[in-house]
Ligand binder design. Structure first.
Ligand SMILES: Cc1ncc(COP(=O)(O)O)c(C=O)c1O
Length: 399
């Protein structure tokens, strides 16, 4: 356990706390929600369908199913493709636990593959070596909104007959060589959680070019029933329905979709603003060798969901947790993305993972801090967060 730091930083760089992330709604979202309430149709219905169509159009993909989370989208990707007991699914350990948990829900085995040092995404060379006879699918995670190196991943998948389910929780609007992230795999799974690049409070979307897969996902998303409630209770509806398979309760409501419709219209502006803020951070911190800054590879559009820095601990007298404490004392909110999945107690106890299994992931984990990044931030907010980093570095620099 890290010792609590005795802070001697003097006056904080700013008076008001700067959170790590914040949603941004306008009159459009408020008016749409009121319209939905006035219509008295609040669960899955016309607004959800319109939101799905808007996402299809934005991404240029033929099928989109709105769900209540990205976790649901990942789970249904596996379930609809029949991935189950005895199968293996490969993903990155530097992700939110949901990516791996859903594999276990299907009674399949998660196989972790370490990440690339510069993007924090699944390393295609190591992936190649990890594919075995039981491997059925790959879940590439587009960490922080930086696209994975998809071409080699897709090549391995097509050579070995594997499914690809993109975990694009951070990455709606990101592009890999002009192709929209989420449209490269068998499915793309997006999150509209409260602090994501666009939000419906809680929510997610599964997109796919495969019509039959889309139909299976839609049925599984609502109890395995062949018709959704809107079709049942609308004026054209019938009381009759059939359960085709024991499904789940994963549908999105029209209240959530009311937010999503307008958030999507603003997405490109949000991403552009995130990019401006990220470049401002990179300029402000370029001459601080005690921190490593995130980079974007050529040929991609970064969605800049996160601005993750790596602290060079050997140049400092404090550890990462103390660095976070010192930033908090400066009124700068931060977080760590992520605690590697293989280091969580359940995964260690059940599968015997231990420290040292995935050295690049663990090195990133020990040193990573995500700085505040959200489109409503002012330039001056970035300046104060960068100043706080410089101040902490100056105070705790190794002599
Ligand atoms: C990489 C990643 N995958 C999946 C998820 C799950 O998303 P949701 O909360 O929409 O289920 C998250 C959520 O934070 C995430 O960061």
């Amino acid at each position: 356990m890290t010792e609590r730091l005795v802070l001697e930083g003097g006056t904080p760089v700013r008076d008001e706390f700067l959170p790590i992330a914040k949603a941004w709604f306008g009159e459009e979202e408020r008016a749409e929600i009121l319209d939905t309430l006035a219509s008295e149709w609040i669960t899955t219905g016309p607004k959800t369908r319109y939101f799905e169509e808007s996402v299809q159009h934005y991404l240029g993909v033929s099928h989109a199913i709105a769900l209540n989370s990205c976790t649901a989208a990942l789970h249904l990707s596996l379930a609809a493709c029949g991935i189950g007991e005895g199968d293996e699914v490969i993903t990155s350990p530097l992700t939110f636990c949901a990516t791996a948990n859903v594999v276990l829900h299907q009674r399949a085995r998660v196989v972790f593959v370490d990440i690339e040092r510069d993007t924090f995404n699944l390393d295609p060379d190591q992936l190649q070596r990890a594919v075995g006879p039981e491997t059925k699918a790959i879940i590439p995670v587009h960490y922080g909104g930086h696209p994975c190196e998809m071409q080699p991943i897709l090549d391995i998948a097509s050579e070995r007959g594997l499914r690809v389910f993109e975990d694009a929780a951070h990455a709606i609007g990101a592009r890999y060589h002009d192709q929209q992230i989420g449209t490269l795999g068998d499915t793309g799974c997006f999150s509209f959680y409260a602090i994501k690049n666009m939000t419906t409070g809680e929510g997610g979307m599964l997109v796919t070019p495969d019509g039959e897969l889309a139909e299976r996902v839609r049925i599984l998303s609502l109890h395995g029933i062949s018709k959704d409630a809107w079709k049942r209770y609308g004026s054209q509806g019938s009381w009759y329905y059939e359960v085709m398979t024991p499904g789940y309760k994963y549908n999105m409501s029209d209240i959530q979709a009311s937010l999503g419709i307008h958030q999507l219209r603003k997405l490109d502006r949000f991403i552009a603003r995130r990019g401006v803020l990220a470049r401002r951070y990179s300029q402000a911190l370029a001459d601080v060798p005690e921190v490593e800054l995130p980079k974007a590879r050529a040929g991609i559009r970064h969605a800049w969901h996160l601005y993750p820095i790596l602290v060079n601990l050997d140049r400092l007298t404090i550890d990462r947790a103390q660095f976070i404490e010192a930033l908090r004392a400066e009124n700068i909110g931060t977080t760590v993305n992520f605690i590697p999945v293989h280091l969580h107690p359940y995964y260690q106890k059940t599968f015997g993972y231990k420290e040292g299994d995935f050295p690049v992931t663990e090195d990133v984990y020990r040193r990573e801090i995500s700085l505040p990044l959200f489109p409503r931030m002012q330039d001056s907010d970035v300046d104060s967060a960068a100043e706080a980093v410089r101040k902490v570095v100056a105070r705790y620099k190794r002599p």
